[in-house]
Design a binder for this molecule. Sequence first.
Ligand SMILES: C[S@@+](CC[C@H](N)C(=O)[O-])C[C@H]1O[C@@H](n2cnc3c(N)ncnc32)[C@H](O)[C@@H]1O
Length: 273
Amino acid sequence: MPPMATKDTTHAWDAQTYDQISAPMTRMGTTVLDRLQLTGNETVLDAGCGSGRVTAKLLERLPDGRVIALDGSEAMLTEARANLAGFGARVTYLRADLSQELPAFGPVDAILSTATFHWVTGHADLFKRLASHLRPSGQLIAQWGGFGNVANVIDALDSVRSEFRELADWDGPWWFPTTDDVTALLETAGFQVHRAWLTREYVTLETREELERYLGTPVLVAHLDRVGPAHHATLVTKVADRLPGMTINYVRMNVVAARLPHTTSVGRGYHQP
Ligand SMILES: C[S@@+](CC[C@H](N)C(=O)[O-])C[C@H]1O[C@@H](n2cnc3c(N)ncnc32)[C@H](O)[C@@H]1O
């Protein structure tokens, strides 16, 4: 699949660090993956594959199937290629921005996405775009930040925001929706929502050093991009100082949905009016 000519609208992810510190994301992502109903020969899109740790577990469930590992970050895809080398040609890597039109592929049998959709912009279009690359009745299984996510980090950020000119009037990079918002957008995009619900997750870091490393990648990656390298360490230190403890309070949006049957797909050679 040819690489997409894309401007990098995603952030400057430190993919090696992410790979090392993303055990909490892998744990949450594995629970989400378990919701995917597979026989083992399907083609599944991993939308926002990161360094490929959850993708590897997906591939283990697809001994005769394939995965399209999509991410907007070239650094993440490089890390994913190394981590998933053992799966050979069963993985296709695709650099693409989920906030923009996607290159032609599929239609796939299912879409998995973990810890990614809150970084994307334009969710009405995102869900329409995903529906158009999914076969009728294909599953969409996803988890990302929901309403109330990382509230204690946002409180800490708010208390230091005025010290960073670039953050002062910025709403931030995230979309943390309610279940009603998500259900409405998905239904408009052509999905049947079997279930959309919020769960709480707590990630507690052992040491101050680990906390700062975790805040730097992944939590504050967009904020650090915005303030620039000269201010990275100061921002991370100040946010860590203002957090009431060593725990990040996550709220996750969980979605189990399927594309409605008998709708048009833009995928390779598949149009069913
Ligand atoms: C927190 S990581 C999650 C990675 C993996 N799914 C996991 O659960 O560990 C978020 C990923 O989403 C990707 N991402 C963020 N915004 C994106 C966009 N607009 N288009 C494509 N990928 C995006 C990032 O590059 C990153 O790899």
